[in-house]
Design a binder for this molecule. Structure first.
Ligand SMILES: Cc1ncc(COP(=O)(O)O)c(C=O)c1O
Length: 492
């Protein structure tokens, strides 16, 4: 099949995007018929005057989205049944019934429904190197040990771990193990009863928003900050108070200046600010706690990755500075072990125990008792500490490798920030490109970047500079080397 696509070199849309859109539209409108064969990537690239990798990326993406399929030895074909139609039920006469998906009279979304009704990221080709995923190195995880612990619990005669439990806030053994761990490693002071097991800290943020915020309440958060916390708060109807961050972390003086807004919650990442990577200084921590006491404002401390610190020891938690203070503390096993485990914890002041336990129950009844018990065994048998020690070396090595590769290609045009802890850093490039152009160009070359998210809306721009977040832990060494090379090609 000959494919004529008109590409506009002056369009703000990258070539990759134009080709992808053209192919998808052609498939949906029937111009490229179901079952028909598309040209080989090499010949389409030549006829369009683009690189072969650009066409391969488009094909890969259309394959992963279900528009195209490959047949061994014969090429790439338009699928007979497209993803759009396969979502619809079949009527008695065998025809597809198309629901009125857009019909607002049928689907009257709640205010929350409207705020979450935004398109998600479209799937990306498997060959794409992604810095927008907070992965961990699953290859190094001790799977055999985990399988053994899991099998032992699975075979328990009582079968209790396979039933609903009444431990809505989490398995007692796990809460005891976490309280011990947090005391030693993060100086968190709590009774196991103050701990609610959640399915990752994302759920902790969500529950805190539901319990502590009403529509139009203000919530203060770091600017720049964590996008998905911003989305949770915004979809709850809360108003965001963006507070700037400098080398010492969130600026408490700026928070004080907003006294008239009387925020109902402050959400922050003090040990390793997301995304800039700075730690909140001791002086600021004290200032924050004084302000919180004066104004009776609770703090949600998100301590998502501070175990991985490469130079000095992490600062102790804010929660531990005032164990009876208004601090909710959350952490996760997503970075420590692996994200698919979906287990994290929230330490709440005693006065909030009941509300959080009930909210967790109403949200998803409970996190898997079986997984919780296996995790408790892993912690109580002493496997966590050596594993974290080992991973600090693995991740530390990847961090150094990626920084070296970026410096090799970009020289003094790149500056790295926030790299002495955690699983990501921010790289600032001197470049005449806009961040959008750089993002699209990188995508074309097979690298998906992560942008810095500005919770106040407007990006703080430095003319001639662009910056991106690099989460490196889940990428293999060869991918990091290749990514830096591809970025050098993309940005030049
Ligand atoms: C700052 C921050 N908080 C919370 C989370 C949520 O992690 P999880 O729900 O997997 O524990 C993430 C994920 O990357 C994060 O970066």
């Amino acid at each position: 099949m000959d494919i004529a696509l008109s590409l506009d070199p002056k369009s703000p849309l990258a070539l990759y995007r134009q080709i992808y859109d053209g192919l998808r539209e052609g498939i949906l409108t029937g111009r490229f018929e179901a079952g028909s064969r598309l040209p080989a990537t090499r010949s389409l690239a030549v006829s369009l005057g683009v690189s072969r990798i650009t066409v391969t990326e488009c094909y890969d993406r259309l394959i992963s989205e279900g528009y195209l399929e490959t047949r061994q030895g014969s090429g790439t074909f338009v699928c007979a049944r497209l993803p759009e139609t396969s979502m619809y039920p079949i009527s008695k006469d065998g025809n597809e019934v198309t629901p009125q998906l857009q019909d607002e009279r049928v689907y009257r979304l709640s205010r929350y429904g409207s705020t979450v009704n935004l398109p998600l990221l479209s799937p990306v080709a498997p060959s794409m190197i992604r810095f927008d995923l907070y992965g961990t190195d699953v290859a190094t995880f001790p799977k055999r040990l985990w399988t053994r612990l899991f099998a032992r619990r699975m075979q328990e005669e009582s079968g209790n771990l396979l039933r609903y439990t009444q431990h809505y806030s989490g398995q007692p053994e796990l809460r005891i193990a976490i309280a011990q761990y947090l005391k030693q490693s993060r100086a968190v002071v709590c009774d196991p009863n103050q701990i609610v097991i959640v399915s990752g800290s994302q759920q902790a943020i969500s529950l805190a928003a539901r319990i502590l915020l009403d529509e139009s309440d203000y919530v203060a958060m770091e600017n720049p900050g964590y996008r998905l916390a911003w989305r949770v708060f915004s979809s709850q109807g809360a108003k965001i108070l963006p507070i700037p961050v400098d080398e010492d972390g969130i600026q408490i003086a700026q928070l004080r200046k907003q006294a008239d807004k009387a925020p109902k919650l402050v959400y922050l990442t003090p040990s390793h600010q997301y995304p800039l990577g700075v730690a909140l200084s001791v002086a600021r921590r004290i200032e924050l706690l004084e302000w919180a006491r004066e104004t009776n404002t609770p703090i949600l401390e998100d301590d998502y990755d501070s175990e991985f610190r490469y130079s000095e020891r992490p600062l102790a938690s804010i929660q531990g500075m005032v164990p009876d203070g208004p601090v909710l503390y959350t952490g996760t096993f997503s970075k420590l072990l692996f994200p698919a485990l979906r287990l994290g914890y929230l330490v709440v002041p005693s006065a909030l125990q009941n509300a959080f336990t009930t909210a967790k129950l109403l949200c998803d009844l409970q996190s898997s008792a079986l997984d919780q018990q296996v995790l408790a065994d892993f912690l109580l048998d002493g496997h966590l500490e050596p594993y974290v020690r080992k991973m600090r070396i693995v991740y530390g090595g990847r961090r150094v490798l990626l920084i070296d590769c970026l410096r090799k290609h970009f020289g003094d045009k790149v500056t790295i920030r926030g790299d002495d802890a955690g699983l990501h850093f921010v790289a600032d490039f001197k470049s005449s490109l806009s961040e959008d152009d750089a993002f699209e160009r990188a995508l074309q070359k097979g690298v998906r970047l992560e942008r810095v998210f500005w919770t106040g809306g407007a990006a703080e721009k430095r003319p001639g500079h662009i910056q991106f977040v690099f989460t490196f832990a889940g990428l293999k060494e060869e991918e990091l080397i290749l990514a830096a090379q591809r970025l050098a090609d993309a940005f030049c």
